[in-house]
Structure formats: C-alpha cells, structure tokens
Write a new protein. Structure first.
Length: 161
C-alpha cells in the first residue's frame, strides 16, 4: 500500500513539474498560470492520498473485508490426512476472515503430514483458537495454537546437533 501511495505522489510531482516548466514554454500568456497549476496538482494529489488512506482502514457494509496489515498465523495440528485446504478454510471462516491456508506435505511422497497453517484476522484467530483447540474435527482432536516464527530459511524438521 505504501508503494502505491508513493507512486501516486511521484506521478503528481511529475505532472506538476511538467505544468510548471513546459506551460510557459508553450505560450508566454500561460506563464502566470504555471505555478498555480503545479500547486493545484500537488494539493489534489495530497487530498487523494489522504482520502485513499482513510478509506483503506474502513470495512465495507456488504461484508466483504478490506485487506488490512493485521494478520495472525495459527498452527493447526492433528489434522485428518484427508482434509484439504478448502475444508480447513471453511472450518476457520466461521470465526473470521481467512487470508490463507497452507497444509504441509511430505517432500518425497507428496502426502499431507497432518498439520498446517491458517492466516486470519487477529480477532477471528483468537476466537478460532478458543473454540477449535482440543475439539473434534473429522474424528481427530485438533490442536490450534499461535504459530511460532520460522527459525531458519530452510524448512528443516531435523534438529542440528
């Protein structure tokens, strides 16, 4: 989001510069208008950035969530091997907005390993942890906890001694 705002500001700055320097070259009568054009473009860009910044933090009324930077990743353990991403997403969406579901697979066999990660909004994540942890799902007792940060760039599950 920050890069979009920066890009919008740079475009406005370029337009203001073109208006300020090129307009007097095209016609001497426009020389007095050039500074006002440049200032107007910059003020307009500032207003657009302020309005877009304010609207990005609100939610719409038709229940479609607006992306926010606040997300929490949950570890979901003891998943049934037959569970897929869609089923897990459906289970967690009862408690809040789900941004991603990733079920871990074995690299050699391609089979699911029985755990995964769900990224969702913080309030929904807390609710899901409280309601789903130690509860049965497809004949398995789920373990739902806040995910720990990844400690190394490789996805090694082997301890280095």
């Amino acid at each position: 989001m920050k890069s979009t705002k920066l890009g919008s500001f740079l475009i406005a700055l370029v337009l203001a510069g073109v208006g300020f320097f090129i307009l007097p070259v095209l016609n001497a009568d426009y020389a007095m208008a050039a500074p006002f054009l440049a200032i107007g473009i910059l003020i307009g860009a500032g207003v657009v950035l302020l309005v877009s910044g304010a609207s990005s933090t609100t939610r719409t009324t038709n229940s479609i969530p607006v992306q926010s930077d606040e997300r929490q990743t949950l570890y979901v353990g003891n998943l049934p091997y037959r569970a897929n991403e869609a089923i897990v997403r459906e289970l967690f969406e009862k408690y809040g907005s789900v941004y991603s579901v990733r079920l871990v697979k074995d690299k050699q066999t391609g089979r699911r390993r029985g755990f995964g990660f769900v990224t969702m909004d913080p309030d929904g994540a807390q609710d899901a942890m409280g309601k789903l942890n130690d509860n049965e799902f497809q004949e398995r007792i789920l373990k739902v906890r806040e995910a720990k940060e990844k400690t190394s760039p490789d996805n090694s599950s082997h301890a280095v001694e």
